[in-house]
Design a protein around this ligand. Sequence first.
Ligand code: GDP
Length: 304
Amino acid sequence: MPSSPLPPLSLASLRAGGKVALARALARLESAPEAADVVALLEAAYAEPRAQVVGLTGPPGVGKSTLTGRLVAAYRARGERVGVIAVDPSSRRSGGALLGDRLRLRSDAEDEGLFVRSMAARDRLGGLAEITWSAAVLMRALFDRVLVETVGVGQSETDVAGIADTVVFCVQPGGGDSLQFMKAGIVEIPQVAVVTKADMGAVAQRALADLAGALSLAEPEDGWPVRTLALSAEAGTGVAELLAAVDDHFAWLGEDRRLAARRHVQAEAWLRAAILERWGREGLKARGLPSLAFAQAPFAAAGR
Ligand code: GDP
């Protein structure tokens, strides 16, 4: 029996169609990001932002998934609808998606107010794919909060600032992460810096002091003084404080058109990356790949 035709993509059809419709739209977005119906949908979503997009980043094992579960529960308890994008550092080809799978285990299939999607990172450096921003733009038109969880390896922990309104950076006690934080030049990225696993006691307090010290050396670029706090996602302590900090930052962004300005900068960065990618592809098509004789170096050929 022929299946009935799918409704055309629109925000209204996604709102009516629930998680199944959104999953289908995201699959279409991934397979045909430049198709006219996808572009029209994204334009509509861009014009109707609703959610705060919260980025959660930090090294593997720091407790991001556990914390994401806590945040989801807290937002759901407030009656808010939550979308989660878990960015998997391993490419799809290598068969990764562990992060998303772990999150999916915890997500309630019956809960229409929670949608979890895992997406592959762009490359082995962990940079976020252009498609991730598009997905976040779509989801922020449909939910009250969108959480984007990225593993702090390579590029993704800085890339998350190109997607999120508010970035939460997680470090864990005793890992020397605070020093890493300074070295890696990511000190400007977060609006909230969190020491996880605060139930570990004194070592967590020391990590918090280190973190605050590291951040005190950085000038707040946009006028928001970075909040630092310690929490235990397992015990649940400090989660309310994190929620309050994230809420406060969103309220602050809402003043003086800061939110619109931040999102505009993100849109410009996306456009730049998209044009580089698209025209690079077009250029390759137009020019063709020069043939390279065996043992010939590629450098001169690239410039011709
Ligand atoms: P992710 O890799 O950053 O997503 O980290 P996970 O959420 O998977 O947690 C990594 C490990 O840390 C797991 O064994 C968790 O049980 C543990 N963990 C997470 N949160 C806490 C916490 O608040 N306290 C303690 N002691 N362990 C935690």
